[in-house]
Design a protein around this ligand. Sequence first.
Ligand SMILES: *Cc1c(COP(=O)(O)O)cnc(C)c1O
Length: 401
Amino acid sequence: MTVSSTDLIHHAYTPPPGFVAPQPGVFKASTVFFPNVAAMRDFEWKDKSAYTYGLHGTPTTYMLEERLCTLEGGLQCLLVPSGLAAIATVSLALLNSGDEVLIPDNVYGPNKALAEGELMHWGISHQFYDALNPHDLAAKISPKTRLVWLEAAGSVTLEFPDLLEQVRICHAAGVLCALDNTWGAGLAFAPFDLQPGSKTPLAVDISIHALTKYPNGGGDVLMGSVITRDEALHMRLKLCHMRLGLGVAANDVEAVLRGLPSLKLRYAAHDEATRALAHWCQTRAEFAQVLHPALANSPGHRHWQVLCTGEPGSAAGLFSVMFKPEYSQTQVDAFCDGLKLFEIGYSWGGPVSLVMPYALDSMRPAWPEHLARGTLVRFSIGLEAVEDLRADLAAALAAMA
Ligand SMILES: *Cc1c(COP(=O)(O)O)cnc(C)c1O
């Protein structure tokens, strides 16, 4: 007689408890067993006191949520399958037909696309405000405004807004503000810094984070988080999250949990190398402008200085250059193709340096006054040796000319 399939499923052995190792165990489940019917009926879904279904939390997801709250200074966290899903969860949870959402003009592109697509189809209007002019934000807030998106620094063009003033304006108007905190990663500045007497009492209502970038750090996982400090607001978001069925895979959560211990060291290393390369680019004649919030003449530099410490570890690994108009798109493309260490690819936060040309005139209704004319290329600096990256840039510039 061979073994019964029942014995293979309902096995008597359980390993001894007390296994402790550097990385937490990974719990995977759709189904979760209840000890009895009463426990099933009593289940409290609002907190992390028990388990009901894989979609609604496992020890693995609870652990990452709590660690991310510590990172960003929040109290409640939701995990979603991508950074963009975090943006969508916030907009879908908080906006109804007839409402309006305000979005910075330099926002992460897909946030804009969601507003122009589904949100518009559902009768939710949007306006873009000048990220560098808080008066413009204040003027655009109306009785219809239900949500203001904030982003620091802006995607691609890296302007650093007066975040403190933007948040003050939103709160004075009684409008919720949600920050896309992917660039700051919880490290460059504290989005929920509520300590009395702190240098920057910034207090956004919601912080979303593309964990895809620095927290994971490998360029191989997509995930996002939505963090709050207000229980009622969290519940609105959590109910929408539940109804949409947004879940994350345990192995992906494990990858982010493995990334977190080295997050601060990696972020500082990306930052240091990026500043060195941005400074070097400023010495090159090919560029009309170098965009990085720590550079004195970069748009919004003084706001970055107020909020961030200035030390390594207070800026991310991104900078952009504006090639002078005398360089054709073909030449700029050849420069990107000529790089050997920089790969051509979207996203950032991983070990490999990336380059991407952007067509700014298709991203903005008009060319922003604070940007030089030319062709924009964005770099994401990885963890390679900075001398090698500098030599690669120099060789590709020489080959282009
Ligand atoms: C990458 C990114 C996102 C989206 O993250 P995904 O996980 O790629 O969906 C959102 N905001 C910013 C600023 C980003 O850079």
